[in-house]
Design a protein around this ligand. Sequence first.
Ligand SMILES: Nc1ncnc2c1ncn2[C@@H]1O[C@H](COP(=O)(O)OP(=O)(O)OP(=O)(O)O)[C@@H](O)[C@H]1O
Ligand SMILES: [Mg+2]
Length: 378
Amino acid sequence: MFYSKILFTFAAYYLQPLTNDLRLNKIQLIQYRNYSSSVFEFSAPVTCITGPNGSGKTNLLDAVYYLCYTKSYFSAYQQNSVQMGLDGFRVTGKFVHGDELETISCKWKAAKKEVFKNEVAYEKFTDHIGRYSAVMIAPDDTELINGGSEPRRRWVDSILGQVDKEYLERLMQYQRILLQRNAWLKMQAFKANTDYSELDFYNARLSADAAYIYQKRVQFLIAFLPLLNEFYHRLSGGAETLEVTYNSDLSQKSMADWLQQGLEHDLRMQRTLRGIHKDDWEFALNGMMLKQFGSQGQKKSFLFALKLGQYAYLSKVLGHLPILLLDDIFEKLDQNRMEALLSIIRGDAFGQVILTDTHPERIKQAFGPEAEIGFIHL
Ligand SMILES: Nc1ncnc2c1ncn2[C@@H]1O[C@H](COP(=O)(O)OP(=O)(O)OP(=O)(O)O)[C@@H](O)[C@H]1O
Ligand SMILES: [Mg+2]
């Protein structure tokens, strides 16, 4: 009882409106996907990109995401974003960030990336992360619920990496050292004598980083759960009890202990078997695992709630309203969920919205005659 009261106070705190807005006014795409050279303006709070299938709606949305995170949302291979047959692209965006006008430009050429703010190149891309935030909701995101642990870890990391630079740096270091430790484990199979000094170094680094990351993931869930709860129930209208369980080896013992006590096993398997790189989150409704027992509708509401919760969490911690990117979602939502989603994103706790749809009429109708919507017809 006391616990739930704290949680809901937390939710109210997180959902307070913010005035420090982030707006993308204009974007230029050169040799990006199907765009040779195009400029688009976003003059209204809500912009709807329309056009037939294959006309480049998702690509344009992805270019906005690229400006915010210097990577594509949809493809892990940067080269895929280059227009077929060419060797580079450039995407430039004009942002308004509070009172500042800022130009961000991402250039990819001959497999090398450069990012510029007001024409000055960033030395480290991590300096960019967290200042231009966006949340994408796309139909293929079902991986977050139906997939293995990796997409959920990536998702949590993408949130925490934006709000906490130390988290991002430690995570990158952890991943680097984990590879080195695994290479060391593999090498031992071919060696007569084992040199443990290298291993001690890896273990010490991994233990320190894992402890930090674990603690931040624990704290994240405490802050995030009330937001998820609130959005799930607003979207679904359901009364289910929602649970998220964070499963981590580190809840049983420290990373240092795992590394030390599990060495024999690690050597046999030639990789590091325990650690925060195995963490996962389990979603449940009324005590039943969502992945195995949830209905399509419950999963859909849960997915949207995860993303809207992400939005609310980021906006509070970063102090600005991220750009909300919605790919093709009105196609997939029933009337009730669509109305619930619209009432949420039209509130003060949400800023600029850019969405795609094949039918402009559907969007006009959904948002109502008063809504200020800009259209980009491809
Ligand atoms: N690297 C690339 N170079 C050139 N063209 C590309 C590249 N990648 C994708 N395309 C083209 O972009 C188009 C797909 O664009 P996109 O996915 O943005 O369409 P869409 O308007 O979102 O379609 P849908 O309504 O079906 O979702 C396809 O015609 C595809 O061939
Ligand atoms: Mg599309």
